[in-house]
Design a protein around this ligand. Structure first.
Ligand code: 8YV
Length: 323
């Protein structure tokens, strides 16, 4: 019916999500499926006469793009938990509602953090490359020796939903959990994890460091040469948050020199054009932003974004409002 709100969907989404988008809305699916600039989004929203936008974390909505959005656009639902691609202050100033997709991707992302931890510690990609290259001449007692996760200290910076889910998994591997967070968790949620008010002071005890805080102007290149230098020699760094929180030059140098044993990275600054230095590093275990990439999770993220849009256009408060 003509009365359905017009929704611009910036990327191709799982079939079940697109089907529901087309049921609930006059959905305009961008068939190109590439990350859009703010100018692209504003132009497509204008052409479509959009009243709402369903975007992803690959799309940029900076202040200029938000100012350029047609008046009719009242809500942006992002298919992500991260909101660093949207200028939230500009959205607020314009009275634009912004919603995200928390909770449904917590487990999938925590799983990937453990995969990275294990893959980095046990040199999984080196072994896999050896097999594919045909250079494996057989098992030897000293081949590709990695390090054990059990008995090691895991430091988690950012003990939100994903940080806590990582802690839960790491405990099952016999790791001791340390964490830093703006506020200390209640003891039942802490489950024996050791709280450090100062993240920098925690670094000295992190055999493995896993980053779980949002990208903001304040956290850009948070993990720099100085902070890497505070980690124990031979530490492992894992990042499933955002590439911008790591200073690539510093991390690459520490991996190349052996100061760090390994890194497991699912996110990069300037994706997909990551720093070329990573490609040549044997001890970097690299994944192409797979944190939430399961069928179940991506469907749930899409449905959550649509739940928020449905609520908004039904005149009720969207459950996952960030602005
Ligand atoms: C997605 C993410 O892969 O939710 C986030 O913040 O980074 C991931 O879940 C992607 O960015 C979805 O837009």
């Amino acid at each position: 019916p003509a009365s359905r709100p017009v929704l611009l969907v910036t990327r191709r989404l799982p079939d079940a999500v697109e089907t529901r988008a087309a049921r609930d809305f006059d959905a305009r699916l961008n068939q190109q499926d590439r990350a859009l600039s703010g100018a692209d989004i504003a132009a497509l929203a204008g052409e479509a006469g959009a009243q709402g936008i369903l975007c992803t974390a690959g799309d940029r909505l900076d202040a200029a793009a938000i100012a350029a959005l047609p008046e009719a656009v009242r809500i942006v639902a992002t298919f992500s938990v991260g909101t660093d691609h949207i200028d939230l202050n500009a959205a607020k100033a314009r009275g634009l509602i912004v919603t995200n997709t928390p909770d449904v991707l917590t487990d999938a992302t925590a799983d990937i953090a453990l995969l990275l931890m294990l893959g980095a510690a046990r040199r999984a990609s080196e072994g896999e490359r050896m097999i594919r290259a045909g250079t494996w001449t057989g098992w030897t007692p000293t081949q590709l020796l990695g390090t054990h996760l059990g008995g090691k200290r895991l430091g988690i910076i950012g003990m939100g939903r994903i940080g806590q889910a990582v802690a839960q998994r790491a405990r099952a591997f016999g790791m001791t959990i340390h964490y830093s967070n703006r506020r200390r968790l209640p003891s039942d949620q802490e489950a024996g994890a050791v709280y450090h008010a100062d993240p920098e002071a925690m670094l000295a005890v992190c055999d493995v460091l896993s980053l779980h805080f949002p990208a903001t102007p304040e956290t850009t290149h948070w993990l720099n040469a100085d902070r890497i230098g505070r980690l124990p020699p031979g530490a492992i760094v894992v990042n499933t948050a955002r590439g911008s929180v790591v200073d690539d030059e510093a991390l690459i140098a520490a991996l190349a020199s052996g100061r760090l044993a390994a890194a497991g990275l699912d996110v990069f600054e300037n994706e997909p054009n990551l720093h070329a230095g990573y490609r040549g590093l044997e001890n970097a275990f690299l994944l192409p932003h797979l944190g939430s990439a399961t069928v179940e999770t991506r469907n749930a993220m899409g449905f959550k974004a649509l739940d928020n849009l449905d609520a908004f256009f039904a005149g009720t408060a969207p459950p996952d409002c960030v602005v």
